[in-house]
Write a protein that binds this ligand. Sequence first.
Ligand SMILES: Cc1ncc(COP(=O)(O)O)c(C=O)c1O
Length: 322
Amino acid sequence: MFLRLISIVSVAMIVFELPPTAPIALLADPLLTARGVDVYMLRLEQTDAVLSGNKPFKLFPNLDVARSIGQGTVLSFGGAWSNHIHALAEAGRRFGFRTIGVIRGDDGMTPTNTLIFAKSCGMTLVPVSRQDYRRRHTQEYIEELRQTHGDFYLIPEGGGNLEGVAGCQKLAQVIHRSLEGRRIDEIVLACGTGTTLAGLVSGLHQHLETAKPFVRGIAVLKGAGFLNADIRGWLYRLGANMVADSWTLETDFHCGGYGRCPPALMQFMKEFEYTHGILLDPVYTGKLMYAVYQRIELGLYKPGAQILVIHTGGLQGRAQGL
Ligand SMILES: Cc1ncc(COP(=O)(O)O)c(C=O)c1O
């Protein structure tokens, strides 16, 4: 009881600080020069050794709520290579939360680098069958988890809730500050749940008085059309539903489905990394850059276009194949 009190008091004193800016890189490449297109990259993957990319934006507002209600335990869901589980484990270790990761599939038992790291941070790992994992949205299953593991603050898979979206609104300010006055026509980012995109679109709508760049999401899941409704729902709840023509979701660049890395993608990533010295991950940012390059090759950007891509991190996932 005494220890729990100490942990609640220490958690109560934490300030969750988001990075105010991130480095911007201009990609130098003969293809881009030939097409007359400038591609900048917001290097969020460089903002922290572990809690980088879009992760703090989604996690910190959730941890803030957990702290405000005096809940020192946080539970979430993910696969055996989940960037979200990796980041949550680190946040728990760093800020004094007990964390529980419910891990999908029989592969939950496989000691991937992600799970080894999560465990080393003190996360309790709960491998569950795919059948049980599918019940993660039901109240009944959450109650069962509470019976077994005690009370907790719940963060959905991938940090995909309204708190996560609200946190990602702050990306608009980070971009604005980091660009230092450079004009940008379009921002492109990888989408899993669409949380980051919804936050960014509403943040741009909220904070920027000047011309707002168009936002293009690259879905990494196959058949991700359903995300459009989720994103519209979040925008509506944040009062930003009038921005329908300021974003789109591309659903044809999934490279075969979530987590799939066909040889063409692998080859592209190797060339990109060799040319630019910037590491990508096969699940999110690899597909993002592959999609952007294909769009440029197809002549879908006019000469003079100024594009900003967001490196949302996830480099810990490289251990699964590259
Ligand atoms: C590295 C990386 N990039 C992009 C995304 C996609 O973010 P979202 O689920 O908010 O669309 C994720 C998933 O959280 C991720 O781990």
